[in-house]
Ligand binder design. Sequence first.
Ligand SMILES: [Zn+2]
Length: 208
Amino acid sequence: MSAKLGVGTEDQAIEAVIALAKRAAQRGWTPATSGNFSARVDGARAAVTLSGRDKGALEPRDVLVTPIEGKRDPRVSAEAPLHYAIYRLFDDAGAIAHVHSRSATLASLKLAKGDAVKIEGLELLKALSGVTTHETTVNVPVFANDQDTDRLAVRVSQRLAAMTKAWGFLLAGHGLYVWGKTGDDAFRHLEALDFLFNLLLDLKDPGP
Ligand SMILES: [Zn+2]
């Protein structure tokens, strides 16, 4: 048996995916059927959303349990290789959310300096697992978008493997990936980064 953390049974993982996707959809972060979500079953498998489904109205048949190694099942999201890469990299990743939210897309284009968005000195950073003080700096990596998700997954893996701690990353002009030990953790990270990105965007460009 793998020691890797899992959500539980296949059915529990599928329910966790649906719950996470619905919460994100309710916040308007998955426009036009975009976004994808997953939950780990065990060390070798994860439940992943299928392509093109309305994330606010998912049913168990819209989620498929697939291996995290090997070739992607063509029915699951084209971005599944990124989910698999995260599960292979981080033993404690139990659930992953990917959204095309307005704040994340804007942040990837307007806030990136070099290849990261730097967030520091803000209280809500403490919503990220393991962060206990605002007196810290969190760098959210930004990657160039790529329709070849296998190639993109390799680039993401190489960079994340060199980081001591990571909660998520941005794809430029595309959206945000976050993960957590549970679906609730992943959603909290989504909410925190959405708040922080919006705050930094407002600070940068306060408007009229
Ligand atoms: Zn996407």
